[in-house]
Design a protein around this ligand. Structure first.
Ligand code: ASP
Length: 291
């Protein structure tokens, strides 16, 4: 089979980034991108690239995922994550987990299993059975006075075998209801991947993304439109209920693009033959056309 040109795009959440934090976001995105890119360049799987990139973002306290999570209204940490395989449409997700050092890796371990989504204690038992790294909830929290902590990380990758994968991971929303689950672990809301169409990962107001099934709408638009136009259509759909969103896309032809209606959306992307680049908003991206 002929090789496909690899591509990878990741984000650090739809939110407002203080000027003195912008470079840390670009740097963190580039570091995570390098982890995924190395796998793709070596001929590895899109799924492994997405997991590696999201793990790196989960390690960086600039981002609200894994280490860097925020507290809910009861002062607890509850993280959500999911990963999807565009080759098989397998999905693994965990929600409201408190003791997983890398929620994305537990989601990845669920891919061959029957349940799509495990929550709380059940997800942590599964993690123990699969020798995943556990930690104390307090070890994940990074206090950021004055920061609403509303963001998520995500990644989409296309490997040289033509396989697409998408992933998300979030440390939740500051002060949210105990047990609240957002869009991040829900296929069709926070992420989706299908080799025949493309892969997407979203961030933003979870309730709005769920009510509009925004990842599903974006995928549907991608069947007929180039990524930039599909993103514009999804943001128009979101306007029906209001709310902020940031969206990253790679289509089945390897075209990548991104958009947001939030003040900032830290993104890094790279493709075979193109240098890795990072930005904190879409206007910064010199390449205005879908690449
Ligand atoms: N979408 C995430 C959630 O609602 C938060 C975010 O992306 O900012 O849990």
């Amino acid at each position: 089979m002929p090789e496909t040109a690899w591509a990878i795009i990741l984000h650090g959440g739809a939110k407002t980034i203080a000027p003195d934090q912008e470079q840390a976001h670009r740097d963190g995105c580039l570091l995570a991108l390098a982890a995924g890119q190395a796998i793709l360049e070596a001929g590895g799987d899109a799924l492994d690239a997405v997991e590696a990139a999201v793990r790196a973002l989960e390690d960086d306290p600039a981002f609200n995922a894994g280490y860097g999570a925020v507290r809910n209204a009861k002062g607890e940490v509850e993280c959500d994550a999911a990963i999807m395989d565009g080759r098989t449409l397998a999905v693994g997700g965990v929600a409201a987990v408190q003791r997983l050092r890398h929620p994305i890796s537990v989601a990845a371990a669920m891919l061959p299993e029957t349940p799509v989504l495990l929550i709380g204690h059940g997800a942590e038992c599964f993690a123990r059975e699969h020798d995943a790294e556990l930690c104390e909830p307090a070890d994940l929290v990074v206090e950021r006075p004055g920061d609403p902590g509303c963001d998520t990380v995500g990644c989409v990758a296309l490997d040289i075998h033509g396989n697409l994968a998408a992933g998300t991971s979030t440390g939740g929303l500051t002060g949210c209801h105990q047990g609240r689950v957002g869009d991040s672990p829900l296929p069709g809301c926070g992420l989706y991947a299908d080799n025949a169409v493309g892969g997407v990962s979203l961030s933003g107001d979870g309730e709005s993304l769920i009510r509009t099934t925004l990842a599903a709408r974006l995928m549907h638009s991608l069947e007929a439109l180039p990524p930039g136009e599909a993103i514009a259509a999804a943001l128009a759909r979101l306007a029906r209920v209001g709310g902020e969103a940031g969206l990253i896309v790679i289509d089945a032809d390897g075209r990548l693009d991104w958009g947001h209606n939030s003040a900032h959306f830290a993104v890094a992307h790279a493709r075979a033959g193109h240098l890795a680049q990072a930005f904190v908003n879409r206007a910064e991206d010199a390449q205005k056309e879908p690449t």
